[in-house]
Design a protein around this ligand. Structure first.
Ligand SMILES: [Zn+2]
Length: 331
């Protein structure tokens, strides 16, 4: 068993990067909470070194480092999101001297979430990496101002991926644990369910799928637990007439327009051949046969198509493959 320090970067006073897709300190804390509970569930010791009170950037950083260095740990993990020009995208992991681990974590997140892999980045200028006593990595969980990166955002999957990279242990999509509001349903590990746009004037965001649950502050664009007309949220699950918009946050169906995203579920996952000699296709055309692949060959799905009424996957390598369950499995 290992011992970790984990913290989310920035705080509500000195915020990090914000965009129309969310706020860095809110998103990094979602992953922080999920990561901590998953590591603890596996028996590891984890300290939360997040700072909520530092009122300047340097005070925030000093507080984080002081908390980190108060415990003897195997690794300090700092969680952030990148921002640049809206186009830049991908996951990267900054390190002071932990190159191999940084590269491993970055690749695992890229593989699991579908973010492009920017890899391990040596940074000797980052205060947290410089001043923590234990080995440390700083994970940039995609670009908060990039629609593609944020469209793939899935707290549960991200936390699972980090756990896998750190420990080799696989955890289920299950509970993020210890929810104060009860009724915790983690976002499904197979990705987004759709998007909703709020049509009501002001709609409560609640901690569970029912009006009996508390309002969930710290969620939504205004952080007061209320969604406002015109705001758009990614939906991860549906239960009892409520949509899950991430973590323990739920919005009732009655005051939103919902657009399902059934095809997005499999994008970024691997389609694996179950038989030898399975045909691939050079285009989205069942007659345009390409080379054959053997059992166990895995391709990354980039698009889900319906061709002549049958489901087909486009893959990262540019070739197409059947989605028929007799021939392939999606992982
Ligand atoms: Zn940051």
């Amino acid at each position: 068993m290992a011992t970790y320090n984990v913290h989310g970067g920035h705080n509500g006073i000195v915020m990090g990067a914000n965009s129309q897709f969310g706020k860095e300190h809110i998103l990094d804390r979602q992953v922080k909470d999920a990561l901590i509970s998953k590591l603890r569930a596996l028996g590891h010791t984890v300290y939360d070194c997040t700072d909520e009170v530092g009122s300047t950037q340097s005070a925030n950083l000093r507080n984080i480092v002081a908390k980190c260095n108060a415990h003897k740990v195997d690794l300090d993990i700092s969680l952030h999101l990148n921002a640049y020009n809206g186009t830049a995208n991908g996951v990267e992991v900054c390190y002071y001297d932990q190159q191999a681990l940084a590269a491993k974590v970055s690749k695992q997140l890229s593989d699991d979430i579908g973010w492009s892999n920017r890899g391990a980045k040596p940074r000797t200028d980052l205060y947290v990496l410089n001043n923590t006593a234990a080995p440390a990595i700083l994970i940039e969980l995609g670009f908060i101002d990039n629609a593609g990166d944020m469209g793939k955002w899935n707290t549960d999957k991200i936390a699972n991926s980090i756990v896998k990279a750190l420990t080799g242990q696989t955890v289920g999509g299950g509970s993020t644990g210890g929810s104060t509001g009860g009724g915790t349903v983690a976002p499904p590990s197979d990705g987004r369910y759709g998007t909703l746009t709020v049509t009501g004037d002001v709609v409560n965001i609640r901690k569970g799928p029912g009006t009996n649950y508390d309002i969930a502050p710290g969620t939504g664009y205004q952080e007061d637990g209320k969604a406002r007309q015109g705001e758009t949220y990614i939906v991860w699950a549906e239960q009892n007439g409520w949509y899950n918009v991430g973590g323990d946050a739920w919005i009732i169906k009655d005051f939103v327009d919902f657009i399902p995203a059934p095809q997005a579920n499999e994008v970024g996952k691997l389609v694996v051949a179950l038989v030898d000699g399975l045909y691939t296709y050079n285009s989205a055309n069942w007659n345009d046969k390409g080379k054959t692949i053997n059992k166990g060959t895995a391709l990354t799905i980039t698009e889900v198509l319906t061709v002549d009424g049958y489901k087909m996957y486009k893959t990262k390598s540019g070739i197409y493959i059947t989605a028929a369950k007799e021939y392939v499995v999606v992982k």
